[in-house]
Design a protein around this ligand. Structure first.
Ligand SMILES: [Zn+2]
Length: 285
């Protein structure tokens, strides 16, 4: 997620609340929720995806020390040479960015209320539709799929984990997708998958790939098993994709208007990745 300025978030919240005032349908309930959240937690919008400590000055010294020395994953981190697939069928974890973030535990409390927003549509809604379609295609191919919310189960283990997000910017002309691997990848295999996904996603969607990735993507909270209990197992191969910009009309036409193409771009990378070949339906009893 790219940063959205406070003014923009405030404006979005206003738009959302205004829309709520004019329509009372059940479908608007999400809008109420998103609007209220944006209005209530404006400073969090700046924190965005990775709750990295950016405000050391406000944290009492004692608490700061605890944070610094707590390691959620003591013990040796396996090396790429020691990597082994998890037991059982090929399992793919698809994370819906920002979904159910309000349920985040204290260690991830900064996730609550962030996420992009466009004209009353919350980012998580767009992410969820993409994930649902991707999961359906994968299940047809015989994969076991977990659809995961913003908070992943502690030590989540799968053959592959993909966090699915959409970008937002104050600059309406900003567009394109980006894919990143964890900055510390204990599996040694994430960049191989990322290269595949960069290619297949572009081929399926025709969207432009942004050459840069953000620190927030590379240091995504779910990748940080040392710091958070609710993070991936170090042997879970992981990637994060920003599928396009919610705030750009051309990107929206694709990520909201043609989610099946978005899903196809993700599925093609998974089937091509040597570690996650399509199991085939014959395997299912
Ligand atoms: Zn996001």
């Amino acid at each position: 997620m790219k940063m959205i300025g406070l003014a923009a978030v405030g404006a979005l919240a206003l738009i959302a609340l205004t829309r709520v005032g004019s329509g009372g349908e059940a479908a608007m309930e999400h809008t109420v929720d998103a609007g209220m959240r944006a209005a209530a937690v404006l400073p969090l919008a700046l924190g965005q995806d990775t709750p990295v400590v950016q405000q050391t000055q406000q944290v009492p010294p004692q608490q700061r020390r605890r944070w610094r020395y707590r390691n959620r994953y003591p013990g040796p981190i396996p090396t790429p040479e020691e990597w082994q697939p998890p037991d059982g069928p090929v399992r793919i974890g698809l994370q819906v960015g920002h979904w159910r973030a309000a349920e985040a535990p204290r260690e991830l409390s900064r996730l609550r209320g962030n996420g992009g927003n466009w004209n009353g549509i919350a980012e998580w809604e767009v992410n969820l539709e993409i994930v649902r379609r991707t999961a359906a295609m994968l299940e047809d191919l015989g994969y076991t799929v977990d659809i995961l919310p913003a908070v992943v189960p502690p030590g989540y283990r799968a053959h592959l984990f993909i966090a699915i997000h959409a970008d937002a910017s104050n600059d309406r002309s900003a567009r394109g997708y980006r894919v990143a691997a964890p900055s510390r990848d204990a599996t040694g295999r994430a960049s191989g998958f990322v290269n595949l996904l960069r290619r297949t996603y572009g081929a399926a969607t025709g969207l432009r790939r942004l050459p840069d990735t953000t620190r927030r993507m590379r240091n995504y909270y779910a990748f940080n098993f040392r710091r958070y209990e609710h993070a991936l197992h170090p042997m879970t191969i992981a990637a994060i994709i920003e599928t396009g910009f919610l705030t750009n009309a051309a990107d929206r036409e694709l990520i909201i208007g043609q989610p099946e193409r978005v899903a196809r771009g993700i599925v093609d990378a998974i089937t091509e990745f040597p570690i996650t070949p399509a199991p085939g339906r014959s395997d299912t009893p």
